[in-house]
Write a protein that binds this ligand. Structure first.
Ligand SMILES: C[S@@+](CC[C@H](N)C(=O)[O-])C[C@H]1O[C@@H](n2cnc3c(N)ncnc32)[C@H](O)[C@@H]1O
Length: 231
């Protein structure tokens, strides 16, 4: 999978994309990630990429020219991916990032992520955009952190990135439940005990206990997920 990220703060990405699971996926050739500085695409001699909003109001808006130039440049690679390319605008006004959306994006060969900043981007950029995605109902300073969240979330569903496929099948939200509680050694810590069933070696009882725990904590903490489950 190829991911191109267009941003005015390219330096923000190295610490996140150069560590942990994403780093390993890139090294293994499962992901190819390129971060592009929007300022490299502006026709302004002072590398300006923003201007004041028409109609007045606070802040600055990212201009269409550099964004069009950047997207058109990185999309040239789309022919190498049979034309299957999603141009994703990170915006608090988009559809919410969720497990089903991440799974859908993970089978797209080429993702182009657009990070807004300041007051946002010129609305005319929307003609390039195939999806708008939000990471939650709050407003951040820029689209860089949302893009990193999306890359991390999507990468987990790219085949081969997570060693055990079972890890994503049993985790929270996978089947509309929250995950059951997890414990590791020692079995007793400061008089806090691991539930006896997990030490029993009885896989049938363990599976039943985990299912019950997942259901009861979902009901207690996220009853909305229970309502969304298919009967
Ligand atoms: C300060 S925000 C602009 C918010 C915009 N004025 C509005 O009210 O919808 C600047 C940029 O941060 C990014 N951003 C902020 N919050 C986000 C969120 N919850 N999800 C995705 N992107 C977000 C977007 O790229 C946005 O263009």
């Amino acid at each position: 999978m190829q991911i191109d990220i267009i941003t005015i703060f390219p330096e923000m990405f190295a610490p996140v994309l150069g560590a942990s699971l994403i780093k390993r996926a890139v090294q293994a050739g499962l992901l190819r990630i390129r971060v592009h500085d929007l300022r490299d695409y502006t026709s302004d001699p002072h590398r300006k990429v923003d201007d004041r909003p028409y109609g007045g109001g606070p802040g600055m808006v990212l201009m269409p020219q550099p964004i069009f130039a950047a997207v058109e440049d990185v999309r040239r690679d789309c022919s190498a991916h049979a034309g299957r390319c999603e141009v994703v605008l990170m915006t608090p006004q988009g559809e919410s990032l969720s497990t089903p959306l991440a799974q859908q994006l993970a089978i797209t060969p080429h993702l182009v992520l657009l990070c807004g900043h300041y007051e946002g981007i010129d609305e005319r950029v929307k003609v390039l955009v195939t999806r708008s995605v939000s990471i939650g109902d709050y407003v951040l300073t820029g689209g860089e952190l949302p893009a990193m969240v999306l890359v991390d979330c999507v990468a987990r569903y790219v085949p081969g990135v997570i060693g055990h496929a079972q890890a994503t099948e049993e985790e929270s939200f996978a089947e509309g439940w929250l995950e059951y509680p997890q414990y590791t050694r020692p079995a007793s810590f400061r008089e806090l005990e691991v539930p006896e069933v997990l030490l029993s070696g009885d896989h049938g009882r363990i599976a039943q206990w985990r299912k019950w725990q997942a259901m009861s904590r979902t009901l207690a903490q996220r009853p909305d997920l229970m309502r969304q489950r298919q009967p």
